[in-house]
Write a protein that binds this ligand. Structure first.
Ligand SMILES: NC(=O)c1ccc[n+]([C@@H]2O[C@H](COP(=O)([O-])OP(=O)(O)OC[C@H]3O[C@@H](n4cnc5c(N)ncnc54)[C@H](OP(=O)(O)O)[C@@H]3O)[C@@H](O)[C@H]2O)c1
Length: 313
């Protein structure tokens, strides 16, 4: 019954003229739009009059997304080649083209690197790293056709790393490298690429990660990391106390629609999160420069910083 209703909605939507559905004129795809940041991004883009293909996996989430004006739920598991191919086909048949892609779908796996299960690491990379790679690759012809935009939701964990966050940070560091290379490669086609690095915002990510951390605790009762892992279970319950991710949605809107999008969007709800992130980037620079034959002195480093500041203005 539900499937019939969804299929009917799909036919109705795809037969509507472009202007009726996208007064903002643009068509975007947001992956992982069932909850949290992705849902906010889909809502924000749709509220601005853009037509949003909102990726989700569960029928109930797709039905809920279909109820939002200017939004059409699209079944999209970013680890599924057949889902991705079908989504490309749906967007092509929709006939509206595609002007923007937000790679938002993501999961977290936490734990000590000498304990984390390889299959958990593979699952994490399959979603957080191979997901954006697969989806962007599949939609690249449409994005090149429209000289569109791609933004990927990374994290401050793409710059930071620390105990028990190793697996998640590894995946989000990969998103940084992915975005840097993609930006240069796509520039020749007029496609602009950016990466958004959120701090802590309210979403389902804590609840979604808790089961994995609890399973790791149960699996390793004698782990030297047990107290920290137990604290992590408690921390995962804190996500409801963080601010709503409206600022992350604003960054995604800027990344897709501003005439001068930034390469990186650091979006955090508290000064402390910005401070630790920037300090970490500076520390890494200093460590890279430390005592080797080609080290720069302080004045040369400051000149480099000054010229980088001029370039991003
Ligand atoms: N919240 C934060 O504080 C924070 C901070 C930095 C970065 N981030 C990043 O923000 C992004 C969104 O996370 P969130 O915090 O909004 O968490 P969330 O509420 O748990 O949302 C994650 C979304 O990703 C989807 N997803 C998971 N696996 C998927 C797959 N295989 N294929 C397609 N979709 C999949 C989920 O769909 P289902 O509902 O079907 O599972 C859900 O829609 C992630 O990339 C995350 O790493 C979040």
């Amino acid at each position: 019954m539900r499937r019939t209703a969804l299929a009917l909605a799909a036919v109705v939507f795809s037969s509507l003229p472009l202007t009726a559905q996208s007064p903002g004129g643009s068509v975007v795809l947001v992956t992982g739009a069932s909850s949290g940041i992705g849902r906010k991004i889909a809502e924000a883009m749709a509220a601005k009059g853009h037509f949003v293909y909102a990726g989700a996996r569960k029928p109930d989430d797709l039905a809920a997304l279909d109820k939002i004006p200017n939004v059409r739920g699209i079944k999209l598991d970013v680890t599924s080649a057949s889902d991705i191919a079908a989504a490309v086909e749906t967007v092509r048949r929709g006939g509206r083209g595609l002007t923007g892609l937000v790679n938002n779908a993501g999961v977290a796996i936490l734990g000590a690197l000498i304990e984390v299960e390889e299959k958990d690491l593979q699952f994490l990379f399959d979603v957080n790293v191979y997901g954006p790679y697969r989806v962007t690759k599949a939609f690249a012809p449409l994005l090149i056709e429209s000289k569109g935009r791609v933004t990927t939701v990374g994290s401050i964990s793409g710059i930071l790393s620390g105990p028990l966050f190793g697996p998640y940070s590894m995946s989000k560091h990969a998103v940084e490298a992915y975005s840097d290379a993609l930006a240069v490669e796509m520039a020749r086609f007029g496609v602009k690429v950016s990466v958004i690095e959120p701090g802590n915002y309210k979403s389902e990510i804590g609840r979604n990660t808790m089961a994995q951390v609890e399973a790791a605790v149960a699996r390793n009762p004698n782990s030297p990391f047990l107290p920290q892992m137990k604290n992590m279970v408690a921390a995962m319950g804190n996500y409801d106390n963080y601010p709503e991710p409206d600022a992350v949605a604003d960054a995604a809107v800027h990344a897709l629609f501003d005439p001068n999008p930034k390469m990186r969007y650091l979006v955090v709800p508290a000064a402390r999160q910005a401070e630790v992130t920037i300090r970490k980037a500076i520390e890494e620079l200093v460590q890279l420069n430390q005592s080797h034959p080609f080290s720069y002195d302080r004045d040369a480093l400051v000149r480099m910083l000054d010229s980088a500041l001029v370039r991003v203005k």
